[in-house]
Write a protein that binds this ligand. Structure first.
Ligand code: COA
Length: 177
């Protein structure tokens, strides 16, 4: 799989020994507060998620990158199909999640900017969306900094979660860079 480098970060494929750090991130209620039903994930759920990340890359040639700085796993960013929101399908989503100690240093924006560029360059997508809980202001700010615009508010049927959908087209992205 592909490795991307930014000024401070490495976006890379998943290793089995990422499980401890990823499980700690997914066990933090503050991190999980705005994710789907807001529940933390246990180690078994995180391990299944890590396997899905690995399988996704093998199957699709795109997916979720592990974000590493100085040998430490900070979290993830990357592309996934948002099947949980059928009304916007077909679509490709960019998303992100960092451990709390890594927040507020511009890492999510730096990593997501690289993943967004990858999305428009590699799989040849014409439009990328991002979806957040309507109260997730930090994530909204990352979306704005990436050049995405708010498209609609709706509800995720499975968990009855109010979300905002943001988007950027290839053309809009091209005008930014
Ligand atoms: C959302 C998340 C990835 C952001 O990571 P981050 O590395 O802190 O993001 P950045 O530093 O790149 O940017 C955050 C921006 O939000 C701003 N911000 C921080 N707290 C905020 C708040 N309470 N309200 C509004 N904006 C806020 C920051 O000032 C910064 O904007 P700025 O650069 O203009 O100052 C991180 O908080 C996280 O992992 N949260 C838990 C998981 C999650 O919610 N994922 C997204 C699901 S849609």
């Amino acid at each position: 799989m592909i490795t991307l480098t930014t000024e401070r970060l490495i976006l890379r494929g998943w290793r089995d020994d990422d499980l401890d750090a990823l499980a700690a991130i997914n066990a933090d209620p503050e991190v999980m507060r705005y994710i789907m039903d807001g529940q933390v994930r246990d180690r078994q759920q995180t391990e299944a998620g890590l396997r899905r990340f690995q399988a996704g890359w093998a199957e699709n040639g795109y997916g979720i990158f592990a974000i590493e700085r100085d040998g430490e796993l900070l979290g993830w960013a990357g592309l996934a199909v948002p099947t949980f929101l059928p009304e916007i399908m077909p679509a490709m989503e960019i998303g992100w999640r960092l451990g709390r100690h890594a927040w507020g240093q511009g890492y999510a924006t730096e990593a997501a900017a690289a993943a967004l560029r990858f999305g428009f360059e590699q799989p040849g997508l014409d439009r990328i969306v991002s979806i957040r809980h309507i109260d997730n202001d930090r994530s909204a700010r990352v979306m704005t900094k990436l050049g995405m615009t708010h498209e609609r508010d709706t509800v995720v049927p499975e968990v009855n979660q109010p979300v905002a959908v943001h988007a950027i087209t290839r053309e809009q992205y091209g005008r930014l860079s």
